[in-house]
Design a protein around this ligand. Structure first.
Ligand code: FE2
Ligand code: FE2
Length: 360
């Protein structure tokens, strides 16, 4: 349905506003991966002169000569948590292929979307690097095997097969949200064994939240303009598979992660699909095409069935809920410290009434 997946040119200024908002938010929480590594200072930071050019040179000296690996920071993760983090790396390394696909489907639509893909790529670029370097410096897992897996996955390439910008944006809304929930849930699972890794995962989840928000809101704007697009949304949602589906032992990895790292089918439905169904207000859309009305019904039935499955699974576990965008933007929730290892994010919990509180 190519005509159903094209960007509505009337939304150009709305999309520009969303991109501007994204840039503002991401600039406020900008970070570099070295801040999250177990490094210590070897010497005091020299005084930085007022001249901006000189200041940069001095900072450069600081980064290369004054930081060193903290010798006390040797953490051992359980094999299950290690597997979860390696799986995240093998998902993030699909970035070149993801960028290719997004760029290919966006070009020829609106320049603002091409601009967004470039910004998005620059932000995603350090996710896999941070996770991999963290595992390397904390001596977790087999670096050589990880290299082989990374190479295998990257060489295998990745394509969703989706052809149009809107289809790709629905897919990416789901994928970004799923990745965000995955990071937050694994962070909770590893907090007691490695608070530094939990902090890393929460930081990545922050970026994924902003990405998710952009794609989700572009899709929402299109659904408001044309509710018949529910047909396209349903089709993408029902066929959704994560980009890592082709990695070695994917099913085994998912099984272990579901049992030991708080992320499985139940979380996918309750924290990803349910959230999107509500945000896009699929239930109350008023499509006029019979095929679109059929698709809407199909989406609602699918959602209810998945909800029942999730409910059964969730009864056995403590339910986690991801923070809202406002909570993500609130610096005090994340406490990003320039000191590196000493900064620890607060844990947020949500009670059965949906109230967010700080975990004790
Ligand atoms: Fe990412
Ligand atoms: Fe992302």
């Amino acid at each position: 349905m190519p005509s159903f997946g094209q960007v509505d040119q009337r939304l150009e200024s709305k999309l520009k506003d969303l991109y501007k908002l994204h840039k503002e938010r991401s600039a406020k929480i900008d970070w570099s991966y070295h801040e999250f590594l177990p490094l210590v200072r070897k010497a005091r930071l020299p005084d930085i002169p007022n001249d901006p050019q000189q200041a940069w040179d001095r900072r450069d000296v600081f980064e290369s000569n004054v930081l060193a690996l903290d010798p006390t920071f040797q953490r051992k993760l359980t094999p299950e948590i290690y597997l979860a983090v390696e799986t995240a790396i093998l998902t993030e390394v699909n970035l070149p292929w993801f960028t290719t696909e997004l760029h290919n489907t966006f070009k020829g639509s609106l320049q603002v979307l091409v601009d967004f893909v470039r910004t998005w790529t620059s932000e995603e670029d350090q996710h896999g690097v941070l996770l991999d370097t963290y595992l390397l410096l904390t001596d977790n897992g087999d670096a050589w095997q990880r290299h082989k897996n990374r190479k295998l996955v990257t060489e295998g390439g990745f394509e969703t097969g989706l052809q149009t910008p809107l289809e790709t944006m629905v897919y990416t809304s789901i994928q970004e949200r799923a990745t965000m929930v995955f990071y937050l849930n694994v962070a909770q699972a590893c907090e007691s064994m490695d608070a530094g890794l939990a902090r890393v995962l929460r930081r990545l989840a922050r970026d994924e939240t902003l990405h998710y928000t952009f794609y989700r809101d572009v899709t929402k704007a299109h659904l408001e303009m044309n509710p018949n697009l529910v047909e396209m949304v349903t089709e993408v949602m029902l066929k959704f598979e994560m980009p890592g589906v082709g990695m070695p032992d994917y099913a085994h990895r998912m099984d272990i992660i579901s049992k030991h790292a708080h992320y499985g089918p139940a979380e996918f439905y309750t924290q990803v699909i349910d959230e999107l169904m509500k945000y896009w207000d699929i239930r109350n859309l008023q499509p006029t095409y019979p095929k679109a009305r059929e698709a809407q019904l199909k989406a609602l039935q699918h959602h209810e069935r998945l909800g029942r499955i999730a409910q059964r699974q969730m009864r056995e576990r403590q339910k986690l809920t991801a923070p809202s965008l406002e909570e993500v933007m609130d610096e005090s929730n994340w406490h990003v410290s320039n000191e590196g290892k000493n900064g620890q994010a607060r844990r947020l919990t949500v009670d059965s009434n949906g109230h967010v509180a700080e975990a004790r």
